[in-house]
Write a new protein. Structure first.
Length: 407
């Protein structure tokens, strides 16, 4: 998106030299993967020799730093080396082909970081077996390397990649669909009606992607319906008491590696509540009901549509303000944008290039801050709802009376 918003001719480091740019990009990715692998080997050795807990933190930090490093290389390849332009020139107009080809090396490095980290993760899980035996708790199955990497891909990559690619594919396909539909609807291809048709198709695609995401999510993550029993009856009663409809309560399988719950979906027909296997195995039923009440609070207070509306408003305002500031700055520099918002000059300098990226930087920074601020308040409100709900369902006994038996 940033590349498409910038002028067609950018100041590249190596203009018209795609092979050196490709070699430099792949070499940078290889160095990142090698550095992470060496860090994991060193950490595993320190754990074996000295039982050093700091080695675990350093190994995890190396994996976390992989993602910003990969992002920086990817951004440099697209914006400074012309990788996107060269790929599009080779592939013509194939939908999503250029984006996927550019993403594959970045995703490969992120995946290799988890592959390298698995020995450290296995040592941690093996050491925790003694604790679980002493406590008499459930003994989790230690995942294989393939299972460990697949879980991280499901939970941290595919859950973001699938909707982003779906939206990107539709944004590329919608203009073609609008061009094909316009003659059938007797709409002039260059009028306001054609533009309104394109906007309607874009919005319909966004709505379809968001509506389908819960169904995609339950299949990307390993889930199954929560079976019948006292716990299921209590959770169903909680939903009925607050008149919340959902399609299913699902057990979210994580090899007992995560204690969490989640509410996905805005529409009741496509709404699911997920509870992880570790949560169900580790917590007593009253605490599981408390987690469930928290998720019900999100639905009862309509947090998902409020979050979408709030983020749309924040991003829209940030984009408008930053775009106006960038256009003003470029105009004062002597480079007024044309009707498409691009800078029609042949010698686009680094100064103008940096100013033109201002709207994207503003949206990224302000969007992250706003998302965190909104999410924290919604989580606090869901906690308050859960506390209120459980208190009303199980009121404290009057002074001098025996407490009622648990339900």
């Amino acid at each position: 998106m940033l590349r498409d918003a910038l002028p067609e001719r950018l100041p590249l480091l190596w203009p018209n030299r795609p092979l050196p740019a490709l070699a430099a990009t792949l070499a940078a990715y290889a160095l990142i993967a090698l550095a992470v692998h060496i860090a994991q080997l060193a950490a595993a050795r320190r754990i074996d020799l000295r039982g050093d807990l700091r080695a675990i933190r350093s190994a995890e930090l190396a994996v976390k730093l992989t993602r910003p490093a990969v992002f920086a290389v990817h951004a440099a390849a697209v914006l400074l080396l012309g990788a996107l332009d060269a790929t599009r020139a080779a592939l013509s107009d194939l939908i999503l082909a250029d984006e996927l080809i550019l993403l594959l090396p970045a995703l490969a490095v992120i995946t290799l970081a988890w592959v390298s980290h698995y020995p450290v993760e296995r040592r941690i899980r093996e050491s925790l077996l003694i604790r679980d035996l002493d406590r008499g708790g459930p003994i989790p199955e230690i995942p294989t390397r393939a299972q460990y990497v697949a879980e991280h891909l499901r939970h941290q990559v595919l859950i973001v990649l699938i909707p982003v690619l779906a939206l990107g594919a539709w944004s590329e396909a919608a203009p073609r669909a609008a061009s094909a539909l316009a003659p059938r609807l007797a709409i002039a291809p260059d009028g306001q009606a054609a533009e309104n048709l394109l906007i309607a198709l874009q919005l319909a695609g966004v709505f379809a992607v968001f509506a389908a995401m819960p169904e995609v999510l339950r299949r990307v993550w390993r889930t199954r319906p929560l079976g019948p029993g006292p716990l299921r009856q209590a959770l169903d009663a909680l939903l009925a008491r607050h008149r919340i409809r959902c399609r299913q309560i699902l057990v979210w399988h994580t090899h007992l590696g995560m204690i969490n719950g989640a509410l996905v979906g805005v529409l009741p027909r496509f709404r699911y509540i997920l509870l992880t296997d570790a949560l169900l195995e580790s917590l007593p039923q009253p605490q599981v009901e408390a987690v469930m009440a928290h998720e019900v609070g999100h639905a009862r207070r309509h947090h998902l549509p409020w979050l979408i509306a709030g983020m749309a408003a924040v991003v829209g305002l940030a984009w408008t303000a930053a775009t106006s500031a960038a256009e003003l700055a470029l105009t004062r520099l002597g480079f007024p944008p044309d009707a498409r918002g691009r800078i029609p000059v042949s010698d686009f300098s680094w100064t103008e290039w940096l100013v033109a990226t201002l709207p994207f930087a503003a949206v990224l920074i302000i969007g992250v801050i706003a998302f965190g601020w909104l999410s924290r308040r919604f989580e606090q409100q869901a906690d308050a709802f859960a506390a209120q709900s459980l208190t009303l369902a199980n009121p404290a006994p009057e002074p001098g009376t025996a407490p009622a038996p648990p339900a």
